[in-house]
Design a protein around this ligand. Structure first.
Ligand code: BYC
Length: 333
């Protein structure tokens, strides 16, 4: 099985909860402050381990749940070319989920535990995937804006202090770049089409813009994990800084595309050297994060159904592996 670690089981250096040695913890903090990478076998404070399991597993769940809104359009893509591209993209997202679950497993948690937490509604996944994909233009906008926001957030994670996560992110970011470009290309093609197609693109941008800005998480002042995660080098750039970088990069792309953004306060601020933008509706964000978005129930039900429908595949794979191992033993005997 694919894994990010050379040897995971029997990780003797793992620390039980609450038993952190302050001297070791201080040495660890100095190490991460120097920008050193931490590997699966290294000693780490329990809170560092738990923070990573939380973030990496949420990230993995987001990739897998993120396959659903786009998967919805595979059978309705407007051409064979667009269908092949979308199939490949959705498959990539599944792969990202697998690398990330494998990276989380190096921290001593099992994939079954993580998946159970998702299915029980205890684990979070990105708020963005609780919105519906109403038209083909939504698929282009997911590529351009959702993957665009994802890249902005994930490139710094390639330098995350935890080695297995950082290495998984390198490949993920390369694939996300292709995803972003294909989304922009699909929208650009529609914008050269009919008036109805241009209106469809603008409508999709209007619906997705604010939820995409929410993807970066709460403002820095309200982000409970940021300070410690930045100290440990898990996060390198803050939620607000990344959101600003995203807005600055995206406005120019929107101009080339010929769309506007649904924010009357969006304007260039010469003094700051950045775009100013309007207030985010954090009530909507927390409502979606807490399970009351337009598609939360549908998304979770689809994941649980996929897990249950796939039980026979897991059982068959296990039975085959046992049969294969028994045959190997009898050949060796
Ligand atoms: N949605 O203290 P904060 C993709 C939660 S996949 C839901 O700032 P942190 C793609 C946060 O978890 C994109 N919850 O947290 C896939 C925390 O709650 P808990 C996914 C959110 O961790 C398929 C609380 O709010 N990307 O791109 O320091 C197709 C306070 O937040 C959200 C990743 O997962 C949200 N948007 O920072 C296409 C990247 N934001 O855990 C595309 C990795 C915040 O205490 N993750 N919360 O219950 C990260 O970079 C960080 O975890 C975050 C949040 C920036 C997201």
């Amino acid at each position: 099985m694919y894994t990010q670690a050379m040897d995971i089981p029997g990780n003797e250096t793992k620390t039980p909860a609450g038993s952190d040695d302050p001297v070791r913890a201080a040495a660890f903090d100095e190490r991460t402050a120097r920008g050193e990478f931490v590997e699966a076998k290294d000693w780490m404070p329990e809170a560092y381990r738990r923070t990573l399991i939380r973030q990496i597993s949420q990230h993995a769940h987001s990739e897998v749940v993120g396959m659903l809104p786009e998967g919805h359009w595979i059978s309705r893509a407007p051409s064979l070319k667009r269908k092949a591209i979308l199939l490949a993209k959705v498959q990539d997202e599944g792969g990202h989920g697998l690398y990330l679950y494998a990276a989380a497993e190096t921290l001593g948690v099992s994939r079954d535990e993580l998946v159970d937490a998702l299915h029980a509604g205890k684990a979070k996944y990105s708020s963005i995937f609780n919105y519906p994909t109403l038209t083909w233009a939504d698929i282009g906008v997911i590529g351009w804006l959702v993957d665009g926001a994802a890249i902005m957030n994930q490139v710094p994670l390639c330098r995350c202090s935890y080695g297995p996560y950082a290495r998984a992110m390198i490949r993920i970011c390369k694939e996300e770049s292709f995803h972003q470009r294909q989304g922009y290309d699909a929208l650009y093609t529609m914008m050269q089409g009919t008036e109805a197609q241009r209106a469809m693109v603008q409508d999709a941008v209007n619906r997705w813009w604010w939820p995409v800005l929410m993807m970066f998480g709460p403002h820095d002042a309200d982000s409970q994990h940021s300070e410690q995660s930045m100290k440990w080098g898990i996060k390198r750039i803050s939620n607000d800084e990344l959101r600003q970088q995203f807005v600055d990069a995206t406005v120019a792309q929107g101009k080339v595309l010929g769309v506007t953004f649904p924010d009357p306060d969006l304007c260039w601020n010469e003094a700051r050297g950045h775009y100013d933008f309007g207030r985010i509706d954090w009530r909507e964000f927390w409502n979606v994060v807490n399970g009351h978005g337009p598609c939360n129930k549908e998304r979770l039900a689809a994941r649980v159904a996929a897990w249950e429908d796939g039980a026979w595949v897991r059982e068959a794979a296990l039975a085959y592996a046992e049969k294969h191992a028994a045959r190997q033993r009898s050949v060796a005997a």
